[in-house]
Design a protein around this ligand. Sequence first.
Ligand code: KIV
Ligand code: ZN
Length: 386
Amino acid sequence: MSNGKVEIFDTTLRDGEQVPGCKLNTVQKLKIAEELDSLGVDVIEAGFPVSSPGDFKSVQEISKLVKNASVCGLTRAVKKDIEVAAEALKFAKRPRIHTGIGTSDSHIKYKFNSTREEIIVRAREAVSYAKNFVDDVEFYAEDAGRTDNEYLARVCTAAVEAGATVLNIPDTTGYCLPEEYGKKIKYLKEHVKNIDKVTISCHCHNDLGLATANAIAGIMNGARQIECTINGIGERAGNTALEEVVMILRQHPTLNLHTNIQPKLLYALSNLVSREMGMFVQPNKAIVGANAFAHSSGIHQDGVIKNRETYEIIDPADVGVTESAIILTARSGRAALAYKAKKMGYELTKLQLDIVYAEFLNYADHRKEVADTDLHEIMSISFKNR
Ligand code: KIV
Ligand code: ZN
């Protein structure tokens, strides 16, 4: 793996599916998994096999289907979970078991009624047990975001000694600031023994709207895998959005970091996940929201019509969106009106444009936006008595 390659670990089908009311059946999961594989993700976390027979079946079927990506199953640091995950993954070309345990003081005290030392023992045992079934074992230190760095480094060292290939450092509660999360990764790079033999993974939640920023901070400090979901869906406020991290790395070539993702497929996959999950994408969502390439104020529209780059940092075609949208509103100017009218077949002289524009403003002031059908009506009103 070259040092600039960032692995994309997609967890839409596991953490993403933990959204209330967004249960997917096996057929739906297979459809999404196939598209994720074509998109170029490196790892598909297909589910949590011990959690239900349905999830077991989904992981098993996805393992049979996926051609390129590693297929991963989540477990707790519990033997039974690991055995069931190994069974569900047995048809995968590249199986990965993702096992781990909570490491923050509140998890140790309230979830496990345990001690720091005991948690290290359980972490080590879980990884070594998983190694009996697969070579590729990822260890997660749940709530690493709120775990003190010194202790976290000890847990991670134990996991690496036991054979972990990837160390996942989740900011489970979305608490960290980007600088803090970045420093945590740097600290682990400097203090975990044999860290250069494994990949550090960022798994960030969005409770404070920082999931993407934190994942990027992690990558800039030496992590080389990002765990993310399509449309950023997931528990509570969601996970790092796949489309965001991929496009951040692509739009900033000076970072010298790249992924395997085919960005042109992003928009279609966003729509597929939204449809299958029954979860709409907020219009202002970066990259894939309905307004991500829509312009509605006169100053912006005038700029974009002259040259797209004035207000767009991404060519919409690069992520599979046909073209930028010019939305007519009461804030639109003559340039946008003339542009839209021309697209609809009306070539207006300067004088005609003035007449239509006056009528348009009267109309637009009473509406949120002016649709193409409205514009036809405005045209006929404008020229009715002339
Ligand atoms: O957020 C989290 O800590 C997780 C782990 C189970 C990986 O999803
Ligand atoms: Zn998570």
